[in-house]
Design a protein around this ligand. Structure first.
Ligand SMILES: *Cc1c(COP(=O)(O)O)cnc(C)c1O
Length: 385
């Protein structure tokens, strides 16, 4: 069993993807081919924002956003303590200071009450200037943007939506990657809308920011590539990756998203009926729609997550722990200790001990989910004995 059936996905879409790739090879327009701008138009239209700028990966997309806002030394950026390393890494990389905020146990997204407490304590300490909130849509479910926007307005902060895991998700009728002043996503192969290598994109309604980012991602270009008006980076999406994404787009929207939601519902129904409250299921809030980057359960006491993971591995079922370490425990951020006001981050620490992501992909069969649920049930039956 694959954790995220990428081989099956390729097989199901092989003809369109192959011809799209070979067209790029035949035309040898490997960099900035027409497919790139075509993809950008399509994605901006889908997400419902004015501008989409593709780049080399989701981490660069976040960095480009911070560059566009000129965030750096002396600035505080608020980041959930439970997320992929990138979300905080980019802040330190930009020479600003990440302030880690605890998350909500049920959704695993940033806890908006604790966010406000964190902002207040930075203001009180008086050393750093609060500038932005990086809200992460963890596992595919958008964060609570209504509350986050109210807080951002109150303290005059930018919102950077890290939608690396939520492309295709939505709240009501509005799509993920449209909630930030700048939003970003990743096309890393395992993400909901993945390409065949690294890739990323930035979304914004603001034309000035869009122009700045278009410049920063090609060496700070001015009127053309050899007219350089600012220090930038080299971060472009390859034409081949754009062609792959274009070839996959219709299937993603019309088949993969509805199907992965059907499967996630099936998972939750089966787990609930067979296991009751022994495991906590992913909670999708009313009116929210997840793109299911991960289907993540929580193994509640007295059972041990690592023992369940071992048991499933022996039964041939691959699982992953996203994430085993919270941001504040990463050695790379040890330098922050004593420098910034900290809050208790107990929920994120608890999540790191309890979460387990089970195989999910639009190309799974329900019978595979039955097999996984059977194995989990057997683990608990043996444990109870
Ligand atoms: C994957 C991911 C990123 C980084 O994307 P890359 O394309 O791998 O650089 C950033 N944030 C989150 C939440 C992610 O899951």
């Amino acid at each position: 069993m694959e954790f995220r059936s990428l081989k099956k996905q390729y097989k199901a879409n092989k003809d369109t993807i192959d011809s799209a790739i070979f067209e790029v090879i035949a035309n040898t327009n490997f960099i900035s081919g027409t497919q790139v701008s075509k993809l950008e138009e399509k994605l901006a239209d889908y997400v419902g924002v004015k501008h989409c700028i593709t780049c080399a990966n989701g981490t660069d997309a976040l960095t480009l956003a911070l560059m566009a806002w000129n965030i750096g030394i002396g600035d505080a950026v608020f980041v959930p303590n439970f997320t992929f390393f990138s979300s905080g890494e980019v802040v330190s990389f930009s020479k600003a200071t990440p302030i880690f905020v605890d998350v909500d146990y049920d959704t695993c997204n940033i806890d908006v009450n604790k966010l406000e407490i964190a902002i207040e304590s930075v203001l009180m300490a008086g050393k750093l200037k609060p500038k932005a909130i990086i809200a992460v849509d963890l596992f595919g479910q958008p964060a609570d943007y209504k509350s986050i926007r109210a807080i951002a307005d109150k303290y005059e902060l930018f919102i950077l939506e890290d939608g690396a895991q939520s492309f295709g998700g939505q709240i009501g009728n509005r799509k993920a990657c449209s909630y930030g002043d700048i939003s970003t996503t990743s096309f890393f192969p395992m993400k909901p809308f993945g390409c065949f290598g690294d890739g990323g994109a930035v979304f914004t309604d603001d034309e000035c920011l869009a122009n700045l980012i278009r410049s920063y991602c090609v060496h700070g270009k001015g009127s053309m590539k050899y007219d350089n008006i600012r220090i930038g980076v080299n971060s472009r999406l390859d034409t081949i990756q754009a062609a792959v994404l274009l070839a996959k787009f219709d299937t993603f929207v019309n088949f993969e998203l509805p199907r992965v939601n059907e499967l996630a519902n099936y998972y939750s129904k089966s787990l609930k009926s067979r296991l009751g409250n022994l495991v906590s299921l992913p909670l999708i809030k009313e009116g929210y729609f997840s793109s299911w980057a991960q289907y993540t359960i929580k193994v509640e006491e007295p059972f041990k997550r690592d023992e369940l993971q071992d048991y499933l591995r022996k039964s041939g079922i691959p699982t992953f722990v996203y994430y085993p370490k919270p941001m504040d425990s990463q050695q790379a951020f040890a330098y922050l200790q004593g420098m910034v006001p900290t809050q208790k981050l107990e929920i994120s620490h608890e999540l790191c001990d309890r979460v387990l992501s089970l195989p999910i992909s639009p190309y799974m069969e329900k019978s595979e989910i039955d097999e996984i649920v059977d194995a989990i049930k057997m683990f608990y039956d043996e444990g109870v004995k």
